[in-house]
Unconditional design. Structure first.
Length: 374
């Protein structure tokens, strides 16, 4: 680990549960441009894309392999050693594992600023995970600053976990708006693609395949829809999780060429622009802490069907911009898609640009830089 330069703010970023992250890279680039001297520790696979993304900034990250709960103590000791040697003025963490270990170590070593990003909302409370909830409360207490990614997360921190409100800063997640909006206004569509779109109605989903996200209800709606409109196709992008098998069982009742399930996609803007409809229907108002796909779909101006969760709680008159359906309601999802295919759905307007601008990568990175550099 290279020795940090004295005189400039010394920041040690500890990251986990991450593969690629334009957001984290943008934050660290902005901090670096502001004069911060950065060291980064990434806990996870040595094949994570974020390692090369960080190297493009001139940062040589340290990669520590996570070895599960039985490897936590050695990892704690290793992080303790790195923090002790680096003597940072700030420890900044993202990811649950990095936060638990990093904030504890930083507190023991009396690091002046201990900042973490709270990415999830009420997961541990909803599923009665007592250890998880206890650890949430502990890191809330030990941190000097907590970043909530939405007002919903701030509410959970204060009302459910008794975090001190003065510690909490709301900073929204960000995307490269220009990539999505440039595609949204593009008129250069090949004729053969236009002809294909007339024949096929493409429905897209971007979500980790877990029960919270309501993908089973999308699958049920699609099976019925495809029986009535055989030209429909469903394309799901998302990491496999607890609802994968049930979703697959539902979809296996129709022909296999009517749907595609893949764990990742190299270009989300291109994926969205190729759709006729986009669906994102979490099961409850707090089941998304933020919901970046809401912003991506709205920025790309894709006709969308949503339930209200996460950041969509903060969009006034959400029904003006997307079709809003009740939670856990495959019938409503079916009707929304059917109306779009028939051309009888109520036309939606584009989200005002000033509202979208608060979710740009540059705006987000500036807010983080102000907090980290103080």
């Amino acid at each position: 680990m290279r020795k940090l330069i004295s005189g400039n703010p010394r920041i040690l970023a500890i990251l986990s549960e991450v593969d690629a992250s334009p957001q984290l890279v943008s934050i660290l680039a902005k901090v670096q441009a502001g004069g911060g001297v950065i060291e980064v520790i990434v806990i996870g696979s040595n094949k994570s894309k974020i390692l090369s993304e960080l190297e493009s900034l001139g940062v040589r990250p340290i990669n520590l392999r996570s070895r599960g709960k039985y490897g936590s103590l050695p990892l704690f000791l290793l992080l303790f050693f790195y923090i002790f040697r680096a003597k940072p003025s700030t420890v900044f963490t993202s990811g649950q594992f990095a936060t638990i270990i990093g904030i504890f170590c930083a507190k023991v070593l009396r690091v002046k600023k201990r900042i973490f990003i709270r990415h999830y909302s009420n997961f541990h409370i909803k599923y009665k995970k007592r250890l998880g909830n206890l650890l949430d409360r502990a890191v809330n207490f030990l941190a000097t600053d907590i970043v909530a990614v939405s007002l919903l997360v701030k509410k959970v921190l204060i009302e459910d976990e008794n975090a001190r409100s003065e510690k909490i800063r709301v900073i929204y997640n960000g995307i490269d708006l220009k990539r999505f909006q440039r595609i949204a206004v593009s008129n250069e569509i090949p004729r053969e693609e236009i002809e294909t779109r007339v024949k096929v109605f493409r429905i897209g989903v971007i979500s980790r395949m877990t029960e919270l996200k309501g993908i089973e209800y999308i699958a049920k709606a699609f099976v019925r829809l495809h029986g009535e409109f055989p030209q429909t196709r469903l394309h799901i992008v998302g990491a496999h999780s607890d609802s994968y098998d049930s979703v697959l069982n539902i979809l296996n009742s129709i022909e296999s060429d009517a749907f595609v399930i893949e764990e990742s996609n190299n270009s989300i803007p291109d994926f969205l622009w190729g759709l006729d409809a986009f669906v994102h229907v979490p099961n409850g108002p707090e089941d998304e802490s933020f919901g970046l796909v809401y912003i991506e779909a709205l920025a790309a101006a894709v006709p969308s069907i949503f339930t209200v969760s996460g950041i969509l709680n903060e969009l006034p008159n959400a029904g003006s911009y997307a079709t809003i359906v009740p939670y856990r309601d495959p019938e409503a999802i079916y009707r929304g898609l059917s109306d779009q295919i028939k051309g009888v759905s109520i036309p939606k307007i584009e989200v005002p640009r000033p509202w979208l601008e608060q979710f740009s990568l540059s705006f987000m990175a500036s807010k983080y830089s102000e907090l980290i550099l103080g």
